[in-house]
Design a protein around this ligand. Structure first.
Ligand code: ING
Length: 331
């Protein structure tokens, strides 16, 4: 039985440091209009979609970075986006920097900062919230780098896990939807927490430099996009889910981010791909019934998974050295 949802990745071109949120929101409203004309029911915007990728900028006083965050959602600046989605009857995913006032693990209520994404219904309800778990980069200024990547400075590790929700979307009365953000896509653990929750559609936004900024050594440029697609295609296939991966792309204040947004089916095939590094809408009709094949055969988790053999994945953080073989040891 077909369960078809028409989805879009609404890729954004660059947002310069000096550009106000209103410019980004206006561009996103234009993309929603285009989505509406194509009968799209759910739009996925990028990670940190309202501002430039500010973790490349060092602020000695963290409070100076508050300008990059949202304290309410929606806000005056983002209200036009919610209004347009409601007008067109389109659900959307949005990534942004979140300032929250809530208790931490010690019970202390304080200001907390997260790299956050939300799923919003066509009626404007926030159906799901996710906070980025895998924060790449570093927390202090690194003089060796020509571009900083200070996500560990500006964000706390997400404290919401990797949730999945079943909610109505488009013409369907229930879809199992989950999210991750950018670097999360490189970690199979993120996908495999969503998979056993029967996720059918994973939404993720990313801001990924086109050149390796790590001072760890040279990486051939073509591998940047290859690794991104490899991660998403593998994650979708191994968890029998669709994935919509949306880039913020182009050159922001001299720093280049790659585009190549894609929509992937549960067989791991790319069914749509952006070809520019600008604002671009790519769409696909996703028949969610396609998730059933993998889930009932190769990745029938109940039949085939062996958690008792996976303990190392959650018991251990870093890598350890293996035992060394020797002839004597075999005696
Ligand atoms: N960006 C990059 C990403 O994971 C990165 C950081 C790039 C890490 C390449 C490792 C290799 O796509 C964000 N924002 O996580």
């Amino acid at each position: 039985m077909s369960r078809i949802l028409t989805v879009a990745a609404a890729q954004l071109g660059p947002i310069q440091k000096a550009e106000p949120r209103s410019v980004a929101v206006e561009r996103m409203v234009r993309l929603l209009e285009r989505a509406h004309k194509r009968g799209v029911e759910l739009v996925v915007f990028p990670e940190l979609a309202l501002t430039t990728f500010f973790p490349r900028h060092y602020h000695d006083d963290i409070a100076e970075a508050d300008c990059w965050f949202e304290t309410t959602m929606p806000s005056n600046e983002t209200a036009p986006l919610f209004a347009a989605a409601k007008r067109y009857g389109i659900g959307f995913h949005l990534g942004y920097g979140e300032i929250a006032h809530e208790a931490d693990d010690t019970g202390l209520v304080r200001q907390r900062r997260f790299n956050t994404s939300i799923l919003v219904s066509p009626q404007g309800d926030i159906l799901l919230k996710y906070r980025k778990v895998h924060l790449p980069g570093h927390a202090e200024y690194d003089p060796r780098r020509n571009v900083q990547h200070l996500e560990k400075r500006y964000f706390e590790v997400g404290n919401l896990g990797f949730p999945v929700i079943r909610a109505p979307m488009g013409g369907l009365d229930g879809i199992n939807m989950g999210m991750m953000i950018c670097n999360d896509r490189r970690w199979p653990e993120a996908w495999r927490v969503l998979g056993p929750q029967s996720v059918e559609l994973v939404m993720l936004g990313y801001n990924t430099p086109s050149i390796n900024q790590e001072a760890g050594g040279f990486e051939a440029h073509h591998l940047r996009v290859f690794h991104s697609h490899l991660s998403i295609q593998a994650g979708a296939y191994q968890n029998a889910t669709f994935a919509v991966a949306t880039a913020k792309a182009g050159t922001e204040d001299g720093c280049e981010l790659f585009g190549h947004s894609i929509i992937v089916n549960p067989q791991g095939e790319i069914v749509a791909q952006a070809t520019t590094w600008d604002d671009e809408l790519i769409t696909a009709d996703c028949n969610l019934a396609q998730c059933e094949l993998g889930r009932k055969t190769i990745f029938a988790f109940e039949q085939h998974r062996r958690p008792e053999a996976y303990r190392r994945i959650t018991d251990q953080v870093g890598a350890v050295n293996p035992p060394v073989w020797s002839a004597r040891a075999g005696e």
